[in-house]
Structures are given as structure tokens and as C-alpha cells.
Design a protein around this ligand. Structure first.
Ligand SMILES: [Zn+2]
Length: 625
């Protein structure tokens, strides 16, 4: 869900200024300086046969500029049937609307011209009758055979970053927050849920009403419908899933209530009512999506041993960083993802233990180093200087892991007691607001740097924001367990220790992952077969171990495991679990054709977002990571 974009320069001399172009959202056509949406009401019919949503969007908008006569909304592949504008008290007015030129990346602006009669109105109501396309980039439409139960179809959305516009005509920018309500019609045997006030024991009627009383940015608009059932985890938490996955899900995520209570104690009150999880079919393209009140999760987390639940800690933490305090533009994405990765790290320390948090921290750091190797330095700043649209650039996971290390750096410098107070103040002072990186640095300066003199300077902070790589004084993660595993990997590779002697029973999933990555690059087929058998790698139930192993299988052309690798690529649709394996095949010098065939065979079961990420692996050498 992360993308970043074109920037100009990032030298420290010209960084910390207030260039207005930096605070502008280059990913939206909406003229939010003239009109802003306060409330959205949706009436939607879920048509599984035609794979479309059909209905009405009613936007209540405030006019900020009295001279403005045109409202521009974002759309993508929407069929607009009619538009009616009404003001209070003059009622419906003659309205003209026009879809503008389509941009392959941004979609199509919908311009609505207001008659002069609307001039004196402070607020206008815009009603749009529309239908989505079966190609909507947000919506995954699954036939019954791609669900766990195999009997009912399934629909789910993924709006971040700029896909909400492909199922709702709206101002698709995180710069503004809206309340929404909705009525959703489904086949009567199915249940619809949204990022709103879901009622766990709601009667299954095929007509569902929703209300989202807290204002949210558009990328948190979310809907799903299918044969969903609910199981409670704790008083405030529960899980929705197909009945076939319900028990396994409730058991895998049984710690959610404890995480919820810990998070409230550490970060301040949870402001969203309930916190539930929705387990999606395997084609969900991400690990999780922090849709408020209802995180969407990949079923690839169901490892059977709670070893991958840091993703739940991550999505829950977004209830503070991201959902409560939101990045104003996607250029400030680290305010969402870096903060959330740090809060996830803190939660994992408390819910599990320091060792496990340290292991995950070190693995993330290693992933960050790989990112630095392949990502253009100008995109390695936490806050790249984006002054124009450049959809070709990418930041990988830099916003996550570098942002996390930056906050660990602050914690280390000021001590936990002072920094924890800063955290709760920050979330309370900016609750339900949107901010830029510069707003954050000003606040940090006021509340921490200038209060506790002589610890860190603004310049040290700005180095993280505007310069590539890591500053020299970054705190580098360490993990005793992972160091031991790397040592054993080297010894086993050299034949100094037998596979049977490896203490695998004591290893966490993270330790196994680190061990695999530390194996000697030139191992023989026999050695690889031996380690595969000893650790059960090709048959693992843990999707992250599978990912790590099959990347090595593809890189090393270890053909004895190709069948299981192909099975992994068919089984999962989460981009993180599959894309690097396609890349490794495409790059190993022999298997480009095989990679293409495997992708063609599997892509029908992937989400459009996953296909958009993976497709370029076979088209354009430069796109290969
Ligand atoms: Zn996140």
C-alpha cells in the first residue's frame, strides 16, 4: 500500500523550508481549497453477477471560496449516470457535469459546475448516481471457488492509497477527513461489513446500515461482503471470517484483546469504539489494512502458532498513528507507517518479550539495508521533496523501517519516560487532524528538543527527514538469538556442525528466517535438500518462512523444491509473499519464461493491485527490484 513519488532535491541546505508545493497532494484532482466534504452517504447494491457496485453517493460539502463555481472530484473507471446539486434552501438546481481527460495513474476528474443560484449557499449537497467497473482497482471480486468455503462469492476493497475513487466518486486525498454513513444491499445469505460501526450479532437480511461517526480520510473507506461470521475475542475485540476459518482465526489472534488494552495504556485512549479483525481470502494483496474499527487481514497469518501476529499489532497501532493522526499527503507517509512500525515494536515487547521484539527489529533493519541498496538515494529520505507527481518512483519499506529507527533514536536519546509522555501528548494534540512532516518537526522541536536542551538538535532530526541512508548516530538493532543463528548457518554450511544438531526446537520463526538468509551462497543441491528436510522448509505452515525459503530456492535454482514453490505462488496473493520470488526467478538467468508461466497460471486468483505490482517484473528490466 506504500508508494512514494518524484522529488527534486534533498540537500540539507534547502530542506526545512515551507515550499507550499510540498504540502499539496499531487495524487488527487480534487479542489479542496474551494470545497471540502463533511459527510458522505452511500447507498450501494453489491452485484456479484456483474461484479459491480451500483448506487448513489451523497456528498455534503462546505464552500470555502465563495467565488468557486466548480467542484472537482476524483473517479476511476466509474460510470456516472447523473449528478444533482441542491442547496439549502433553494433545493435541486440545474447541474452540468463532465468527466475530464483520463490519467493512467490518477483516474478521471469529475467536474461539476454549479449554477449561479448556488452562489450564496455555504453548503451544497451533491448526489451522484453511478456504477463501478468490473475492473475497479480497489475491488477484489472472488468467485466461490477462490474462497475457503467454496460456495459463496466474496467481495473486498483496498482503498489505500488512491483506489477509493474507483468505487466512490469523492475527494480522494488524505488532506481532508469525512464522516460517512451507508446502506448496503447484498444477497440475503451474505453479510456486509465496513470500516464503520459493525454490529457483531446483526441479523442476516441482505440490507445493512452503517455509520462512521469519527471523521476519516478517504483511503480508510472499506467494504467487504461474503459468507462472514463473527467470533468474539474479548469485550472490545472479535473476528469476522468465513466459518471454515473462524475457529483458527479466533485462536491465532486470541491475544488481540490484550494488545488492545496494552495499546490504550501506552498510547492513550482508543477513540473508535470496537476493534475487530476481518480475515480475507488469500488474494488480499497486503498483510493487513488498518481500516478503522475493522482491520482487514491476510489469511497467510494463520500459521497455527501466533508467530506472525505482529501484523495485528501493526494494524491496531494504526488506530493511533495513521487513523487518528494522519499524514497530510503520501509524501508524509512515514508519519503513518514509521510511527506505526515503532508502536508495533513497543507492543511486541510487552505482549511477547524483548527477544522476539529484538528479532523482528533486526530483520526489519536488514530489509531496510536491502532497500538502501536498490532505491535511488533521493527517495531514501523519510520525507522526500515531492513537488510534482511521479508515480514511477518508490520508497519500498523505507517509510516503515527507517521511520521506526528514527523514533527508536528519539526514545534512546530522551529515555522512555520522557518519550512516552511525548507519544501520548502527540496523539492527543493532533487527534483527528492531518499533518505534514514539517508540522511534526516543529512540534517535536517545541515539545522535546527545546524543552530538554543539549540532547538532540533540529539539524540532527532533519538529517533523518531529508537525507538518504541512515545518520551515523542511528541506534543499530541487535539480537543475540539471530546472531547465534547466523553463526550456526555459517558452521553448518562449512560442515562443522550436523543438521541434526541444530537447536531448531528452540527457534522462533524469525530465527529460522535469519538462519535461511545466512546460509552460504554456494551450497550444493545435497546440502539444500538436507536443510529443507531438517527444517521442513518446503512444507512449512508459516508463510514468512516459506517466502524466505522460496526466494532462496529461486535465486539458487534449487529445482527439487520448484513444485512446492509453484504451490506457494498459487496459494498466496499477498504481494510481499510472492513478488520477490517472481523477481528472483526472473533474475536468476534461466527462469524468466517459467516465472511468466507461473504468473499467468496464478494471476486470475490475484487482486488487481497485486497484478499491477507483479506484471512489470516481466515487462521492464528497470522495474525489477
Ligand atoms: Zn501500516
Amino acid at each position: 500500500m506504500l508508494f512514494a513519488s518524484g522529488i527534486v532535491a534533498c540537500s540539507p541546505e534547502n530542506a526545512p523550508d515551507r515550499d507550499p508545493a510540498l504540502a499539496r497532494d499531487h495524487y488527487s484532482f480534487a479542489n479542496v481549497e474551494h470545497f471540502v466534504t463533511d459527510h458522505l452517504h452511500l447507498v450501494l447494491r453489491v452485484d456479484f453477477e456483474r461484479e459491480v457496485l451500483r448506487g448513489t453517493a451523497i456528498l455534503r460539502m462546505r464552500q470555502l471560496d465563495p467565488d468557486a463555481r466548480e467542484i472537482v472530484l476524483d473517479t476511476r473507471d466509474l460510470t456516472i449516470e447523473s449528478v444533482v446539486v441542491a442547496t439549502d434552501p433553494s433545493g435541486p438546481l440545474d447541474t452540468e457535469f463532465e468527466l475530464g481527460e483520463t490519467d493512467a495513474y490518477l483516474g478521471t476528474p469529475l467536474a461539476i459546475r454549479l449554477p449561479d443560484a448556488a452562489a450564496d449557499a455555504d453548503a451544497v449537497t451533491v448526489t451522484i448516481y453511478y456504477e463501478t467497473s468490473p475492473d475497479s482497482t480497489a475491488l477484489g471480486w472472488l468467485p466461490p471457488e477462490l474462497t475457503a468455503g467454496g460456495e459463496h462469492p466474496f467481495l473486498f476493497s483496498q482503498s489505500q492509497a488512491i483506489h477509493a475513487r474507483s468505487w466512490i466518486p469523492l475527494q480522494d486525498t488524505p488532506a481532508i477527513r469525512i464522516n460517512y454513513s451507508a446502506r448496503v444491499h447484498t444477497p440475503p445469505e451474505l453479510l456486509a461489513v465496513m470500516s464503520a460501526d459493525n454490529v457483531p450479532d446483526v441479523e442476516r437480511t441482505g440490507v445493512y446500515e452503517f455509520e462512521m461517526p469519527q471523521p476519516i480520510p478517504s483511503y480508510l473507506m472499506a467494504i467487504a461482503a461474503g459468507n462472514l461470521h463473527f467470533a468474539a475475542i474479548g469485550d472490545d475485540t472479535g473476528v469476522y471470517a468465513e466459518p471454515e476459518l473462524l475457529e483458527a482465526s479466533a485462536s491465532e489472534f486470541a491475544d488481540t484483546q490484550a494488545m488492545f488494552e496494552t495499546a490504550e495504556a501506552m498510547f492513550g485512549p482508543y477513540q473508535w469504539g470496537r476493534y475487530d479483525l476481518l480475515i480475507l481470502p488469500p488474494s488480499f494483496p497486503y498483510g493487513g489494512m488498518e481500516n478503522p474499527r475493522l482491520s482487514f487481514l491476510t489469511p497467510s497469518l494463520l500459521a497455527g502458532d501466533r508467530s506472525l501476529v505482529s501484523v495485528v499489532a501493526h494494524e491496531l497501532a494504526h488506530s493511533w498513528s495513521g487513523n487518528l493522526v494522519t499524514n497530510k499527503t503520501w509524501r508524509d507517509g512515514w508519519l503513518n507507517e514509521g510511527w506505526t512500525s515503532y508502536l508495533e515494536y513497543r507492543l511486541m515487547q510487552v505482549i511477547y518479550d524483548e527477544d522476539r521484539a529484538a528479532e523482528e527489529n533486526l530483520l526489519n533493519y536488514e530489509e531496510l539495508l536491502l532497500n538502501f541498496e536498490r532505491i535511488d538515494p533521493k527517495y531514501q529520505a523519510l520525507a522526500p521533496r515531492i513537488t510534482e507527481l511521479d508515480p514511477e518512483s518508490g520508497q519500498g519499506t523505507i517509510a516503515y523501517h527507517k521511520g521506526n529507527l528514527f523514533l527508536q533514536y528519539l526514545e534512546h536519546a530522551y529515555g522512555r519516560e520522557i518519550f512516552d509522555q511525548f507519544i501520548t501528548d502527540y496523539f492527543s494534540d493532533f487527534a483527528f487532524q492531518v499533518i505534514t512532516t514539517e508540522d511534526f518537526v516543529d512540534y517535536l522541536d517545541q515539545r522535546l528538543l527545546s524543552v530538554h536542551h543539549g540532547i538532540l538538535t533540529r539539524e540532527q532530526v532533519e538529517r533523518w527527514m531529508y537525507e538518504p541512508g541512515l545518520p551515523d548516530d542511528a541506534v543499530i538493532p541487535t539480537s543475540r538469538n539471530l546472531d547465534d543463528a547466523a553463526e550456526l548457518a555459517a558452521m553448518w554450511s562449512r560442515g562443522e556442525v550436523d543438521a541434526a544438531e541444530l537447536p531448531v526446537a528452540d527457534w522462533s520463526a524469525q530465527t529460522t528466517i535469519h538462519f535461511i538468509n545466512a546460509l552460504d551462497p554456494d551450497l550444493s543441491t545435497e546440502k539444500l535438500v538436507e536443510i529443507d528436510r531438517t527444517l521442513g522448509l518446503s512444507d512449512t505452515k508459516n508463510a514468512e518462512i516459506g517466502r524466505t525459503w522460496f526466494i532462496q530456492v529461486a535465486k539458487r535454482r534449487h529445482e527439487p523444491a520448484y513444485e512446492q514453490m509453484a504451490e506457494h505462488l498459487r496459494k498466496f496473493g499477498r504481494v510481499r509473499l510472492i513478488r520477490p520470488i517472481y523477481v528472483a526467478l526472473a533474475e536468476n538467468g534461466h527462469d524468466m519464461q517459467l516465472a511468466r508461466e507461473l504468473f499467468d497460471a496464478a494471476r486470475g486468483a490475484y487482486h488487481p493491485i497485486a497484478n499491477a505490482y507483479i506484471g512489470p517484473v516481466f515487462e521492464d528490466d528497470d522495474a525489477v527490484e
